[in-house]
Design a protein around this ligand. Structure first.
Ligand code: PLP
Length: 368
């Protein structure tokens, strides 16, 4: 496209007519595409269908002999804790394998801090608290904080991760209780925190003794290319500073197997796992261990996870490339739009000039 600003009035009108005609032609297709973010296609769901065979009926027992059809093993089937531990790079005893949703785990963890505190006075009983939120970020994280009435402090995302100078300054205030973030292939820009940023987060010495970072590693194995973008293990980095208790990590199989019918896990320091486990013990007798078992058997090794994720990537990559190619073709001149080129995750972020976002979304909506 030509630079709009360098065109004469007549040329602008001709261009507008031409673009309107192109748009009308697309709208005439009466498309009704499901563009819900982070929702795998049916072909991706089919990659996991073989999990739903009858093998469980023949042997519903965990490796330790526990019959997974029954109550028990509140912290999860051992091999499933190990599987989630492989995803988060944590030993099984520092992981609880839970239900179907990491969002629920995050909600419950924050509820636990609000009601009972994080080793201190319950957050609900403290006069003022707030949370740091790298932005743009995941809207449902913000919904959780909003639900609990926790004020959010936006922290701009840079290429390497959130603005650490700002974070370092904010954590000197003891009313700042933590941060919620997606460290790898973050929504919606697909950025991964650099090693230096992870080390800086691990080294933070917040004024709040009950400081917690919710490390939502939802996209830990969701590479679009054969090479992954490395993310330093936050607990390893934290162990150099004795700050392991500041971090609570979650992940899930929602975008590996079945969203809403996968498994989710929470990883933390031994002290935090004990506190989470004590709360869960009052909350449930056990999770769906048949699903735990199904996942542990389907993904018996790290290679099995990698091979499965490469199948997802083979489906997703051409879609990402099509969008990027189209942006490049139609939007690269004129310097009025910028977009990200992520190496993993589920999102390409498109930035349009101030004041144009609503209209862009409206036009997309009207075109189906
Ligand atoms: N965390 C992030 C960053 C997500 O993008 C999503 C879903 O899109 C979730 C969590 C929700 O995960 P779950 O299905 O495990 O609740």
């Amino acid at each position: 496209m030509q630079d709009y600003h360098s065109l004469s009035q007549t040329e602008r009108e001709a261009l507008r007519r031409d673009l309107q005609a192109q748009y009308d032609a697309i709208a005439a297709n009466n498309l009704k595409l499901d563009m819900s973010r982070g929702k795998p296609g049916a072909d991706q769901l089919a990659l996991s269908s073989a999990m739903l065979d009858s093998a469980l009926l023949e042997n519903p027992k965990a490796e330790n002999g526990f019959d997974c059809r029954n109550y028990g093993l509140m912290e999860g089937v051992p091999e499933t804790r190990a599987l989630l531990g492989r995803l988060m790079d944590l030993p099984p005893e520092q992981v609880i394998a839970s239900g179907n949703s990491s969002l629920t785990l995050m909600f419950d963890y924050i509820a636990q801090c609000v009601l009972f505190g994080a080793g201190g006075i319950p957050w609900a009983k403290q006069e003022k608290i707030s949370f740091l939120c790298p932005v743009p970020g995941y809207d449902r994280h913000f919904t959780i904080l909003q639900h609990f009435g926790i004020p959010m402090i936006p922290i701009p995302m840079r290429e390497e991760g959130p603005d650490m100078a700002l974070i370092t300054q904010y954590v000197r205030d003891e009313t700042v209780k933590g941060m919620i973030c997606v460290p790898k292939y973050s929504n919606p820009e697909g950025k991964t925190f650099s090693e230096a940023v992870v080390r800086q987060i691990a080294a933070l010495k917040p004024a709040a003794k009950d400081f917690r970072v919710i490390w939502d590693n939802a996209y830990c194995v969701h590479d679009l290319e054969s090479e992954t973008v490395p993310l330093l293990n936050i607990f390893e980095a934290a162990s150099e500073h004795g700050t392991e208790d500041h971090f609570v990590e979650v992940t899930s199989f929602s975008k590996i197997t079945f969203p809403g019918a996968g498994i989710a896990g929470i990883g933390a320091s031994p002290a935090n796992i004990a506190a989470i486990s004590a709360r869960m013990n009052a909350q449930t007798i056990s999770a769906d261990k048949l699903n735990h078992l199904r996942h542990a058997r389907y993904f018996a090794s790290s290679d099995a996870i990698r091979a499965h994720m490469q199948k997802h990537a083979a489906i997703l990559r051409p879609k990402f490339r099509t969008v990027l190619k189209r942006f490049e073709q139609d939007l690269s001149d004129g310097n009025f739009a910028q977009w990200t080129n992520p190496k993993g995750g589920y999102f390409i972020s498109l930035n349009v000039p101030n004041g144009c976002a609503k209209r862009t979304v409206e036009l997309c909506k009207n075109a189906g």
